[in-house]
Design a protein around this ligand. Structure first.
Ligand code: 4AD
Ligand code: MG
Length: 460
């Protein structure tokens, strides 16, 4: 007989009344006395578990029950019985239980509730813990929803490379990629000796290559890992994060912000519908009031404010900040949160930043001081997306590259895009883990990515 997924049982339990099925999975808990007992089984096909009831009368090898401990993998046959009066709508009455692999006494996930710090140390096991099971299930669905959103809008999904020769985000520090034996101090290293004949980095963004594709397909997005080598130990920075970057031709900054807002509302409303068990879990155990928070984001129009206006507001409250602001200073997390949590009490776009604190490719405004940038700030998180309208004027772009001390020779092809049928275009980058944090209520970015890469942490 074929094995049945626990998910199938939940989808149509009435059809299984009194039917014999085989299930296989991992024991979350097993308790019993000399005559009967219960196993709580997961098989990973859904967040809910199956309750298996077993009794001495019904199974021949009742003794093996002694050996079934938390984490053990088992195969079990039995009958499905509807139990409308109980918490679970049905249960399985076992007729045969076989252990596939019992856990030994060292299995670390024994308790119902471990600290998040402890679970980070056993990252290879934590997807089995309820919280992480829910987080990674939602992560999977959220990635799918993003693909669905852009697919429905006719975007082409392109795969941009992770190895690059240009440092296009300016401020961000990059990981160098080398094939040379750099730990051998005797040898002298030359870029010409590298496999690619020049210095190569792990890419902090797929945007530049994305722009090249936008001029072919009109609307594209790329979705993959991005790398930042900065030594920042915060709850919202990773050295390797997942980055979704759309790029759209014939689109200005206002239309880009409309697109971002529509995307956010789509993924949030759909995740509530498509992952109800996981979302209920987060709302009950991770962030009380999560549903209210998400509904607020669904049913409000996001704020829009220029950097200059934002600085005016922040300046009046400089006594509240660790880093007081003035025009020209970078907006830090504390300011981002003040704007979204105290001033707007909802997501807000901040636009038109000073060109000195933004990347070279952003469209320069008439004032000569600011660029058409937009950062989307979410309450409780801060920056979730960063985007801009792109500079299309060849000379202005080249001047900016030179002013910033970047090498023209690294950007020759990007500059050429401005000579070969260039049009107005805009794009943004979404930090996938940042939006995961917001949607799940999980407060540390290390807990929404499988194996986080942060300073001094690359074990698994
Ligand atoms: O603001 P950023 O640096 O913008 C870019 O890389 C542009 N090329 C995007 C574009 O226009 N196509 O990064 C975009 C987003 C940020 O808003 C943030 O959400 C996330 O990526 N991000 C990080 N997430 C986790 N850890 C880090 N170290 C991150 N750095 C950026
Ligand atoms: Mg940014």
């Amino acid at each position: 007989m074929k094995k049945t997924d626990i998910k199938e049982l939940y989808q149509a339990c009435d059809n299984f009344q009194d039917k014999d099925v085989i299930v296989a999975g991992w024991v979350k808990s097993c308790r019993g006395n000399g005559n009967f007992g219960f196993i709580d089984l997961t098989d990973g096909t859904c967040f809910k578990t199956l309750q298996i009831v077993f009794s001495k009368e019904k199974i021949a090898n009742y003794d093996i029950v002694e050996k079934i401990n938390t984490g053990s993998s088992i195969l079990c046959s039995g009958k499905i019985k509807l139990t409308p009066q109980n918490k679970q709508p049905f249960e399985m009455q076992a007729s045969e239980i076989n252990i596939i692999n019992a856990t030994d006494g060292e299995y670390p996930l024994q308790k119902k509730r471990h600290t998040l710090e402890f679970l980070r140390e056993i990252a290879y096991l934590r997807p089995r813990a309820n919280l992480f099971n829910a987080v990674f299930r939602v992560r999977s669905k959220l990635a799918f929803l993003l693909h669905e959103f852009f697919e429905n809008k006719g975007f082409v999904h392109v795969h941009t490379p992770l190895l690059t020769s240009s440092d296009c985000e300016g401020g961000s520090e990059l990981f160098k990629v080398t094939t040379q034996d750099i730990y051998n101090e005797v040898k002298k290293f030359k870029p010409e000796d590298e496999l690619f004949g020049k210095k190569i980095y792990l890419s902090p963004t797929g945007q530049l290559e994305g722009e090249a594709c936008a001029f072919a397909f009109g609307k594209i997005y790329t979705f993959g890992p991005s790398f930042r080598a900065e030594n920042s130990n915060t709850t919202r920075h990773l050295n390797e994060f997942w980055h979704l970057e759309p790029e759209v031709c014939f689109m200005n900054l206002d239309e880009l912000m409309d697109l971002e807002e529509e995307m956010m509302k789509y993924i949030i409303s759909e995740i509530l519908k498509r992952c109800p068990d996981e979302m209920n879990f987060f709302n009950s155990y991770v962030e009380k009031g999560l549903f209210d928070k998400l509904n607020n984001v669904l049913h409000n129009t996001y704020g829009r404010i220029t950097y200059t206006e934002a600085i005016e507001i922040l300046k009046k409250n400089n006594d509240k900040f660790e880093f007081p602001v003035k025009w020209g200073s970078d907006i830090q997390t504390e300011h981002e949160r003040y704007l979204s949590e105290v001033v707007f009490k909802k997501p807000v776009f901040v636009t038109d930043y000073p060109k000195e604190i933004k990347a070279f490719y952003m469209k320069q405004n008439e004032d000569g001081k600011t660029v058409r940038a937009c950062d989307l700030l979410f309450p409780g998180i801060g920056e979730v997306t960063g985007g801009s309208q792109r500079e299309t004027d060849y000379q202005k772009l080249l001047d900016r590259i030179n002013q910033l001390g970047l090498k023209e020779s690294d950007y020759w092809w990007y500059l050429n895009l401005r000579k070969f049928g260039s049009v107005e275009h805009s794009g943004f980058g979404l930090g996938f883990e940042r939006i995961m944090m917001y949607i799940t209520g999980v407060s540390n970015i290390r807990d929404v990515i499988l194996f986080p890469r942060t300073p001094k942490n690359c074990e698994f």
